[in-house]
Every structure is written in C-alpha cells, then in structure tokens.
Design a binder for this molecule. Structure first.
Ligand SMILES: C[S@@+](CC[C@H](N)C(=O)[O-])C[C@H]1O[C@@H](n2cnc3c(N)ncnc32)[C@H](O)[C@@H]1O
Length: 130
C-alpha cells in the first residue's frame, strides 16, 4: 500500500497529474446544499488537504472568498496557485494539518474532504479541531 502520509507520495502523484483536477468522492455540486446551509459567505474557511480538487474554485466563484487552501504537497500548492491567479483572494499554503500554528479560533470552518482517511491517527485530531 502507498504511504499516504508521506508528502513525497503526493508530490510524485501530482507531478504526474499536472494540468488536471480531481475531486475525491464529492464535489461542489453535490455538497453545495450542505455547505450553503451550514456556512456563511463571510466565513474564514480552512480547506485542509485541498489537493487539486475543483471544490475550492467552485466555492470561490459562488461567493466564498475567504478560503485558505492547505496541502502537505508543495507540488500541488504551486500548481493550484498558478491555476488560480485570476482568483486573487484565494490563499495557498504548504503545510501539515497535524502541525498547524494558527491562533485558536482563527477560522470559522475547517473543510476536510477525503484527507482524514489518509492520516488516521485519531489521537491527533485535536490539532485540527483547535
Ligand atoms: C485523497 S486527496 C483529497 C484531495 C481533495 N481534498 C479532494 O477531496 O479531492 C488527500 C490530500 O490530502 C493531502 N494530505 C495528506 N496528508 C496531509 C496532511 N497531514 N496535511 C495536509 N494535507 C495532507 C494530500 O497531499 C492530498 O492532496
């Protein structure tokens, strides 16, 4: 089984997938009813393990402008930053969501779509919860 917790695995995968996007499991079309019900367009949103999913772009175009996208792979963050230069308020950061140093309550919402299953050390969930 690949080592899904290793950033090198994802870097290699995203190098091969350059210029493409892929939404694991769900996309904004399927999640929109839930997200618009739960969230405010003014919310500060952290999208951990964003990958190259279109979710964040579709959310942005629908009015959610304050989205911080984070991934452990700097390859995909660079690709997505370039791809979204015309969406100037979007933020892209390389980082490990299990070692974040944002101040408490900085974000209103954390989105974790299909990332959790790849870091299944439940004891560390409180790092994200903060
Ligand atoms: C299965 S992909 C899901 C991508 C996207 N969220 C989606 O739903 O299509 C998992 C993503 O989580 C990222 N990832 C894995 N461990 C991570 C960690 N500790 N911190 C941040 N991102 C991580 C990987 O680089 C990968 O892009």
């Amino acid at each position: 089984m690949p080592n899904y917790g290793d950033p090198r695995y994802w870097d290699e995968r995203y190098k091969q997938q350059n210029q493409t996007t892929f939404d694991w499991l769900e996309n904004y079309h399927t999640l929109r009813p839930l997200l618009t019900h739960l969230m405010d367009k003014q919310h500060k949103i952290l999208n951990i393990g964003c990958g190259n999913a279109e979710l964040t772009e579709d959310m942005y175009d629908d009015g959610f402008k304050q989205i911080w996208n984070m991934d452990i792979s700097d390859v995909v963050i660079d690709q997505m930053r370039m791809r979204n230069l015309h969406r100037p308020e979007m933020k892209w950061e390389t980082g490990d969501c299990l070692k974040m140093d944002y101040e408490d309550d900085f974000f209103d919402v954390v989105i974790d779509k299909s990332r959790f299953t790849y870091n299944y050390r439940y004891s560390r969930c409180n790092t994200v919860w903060r």
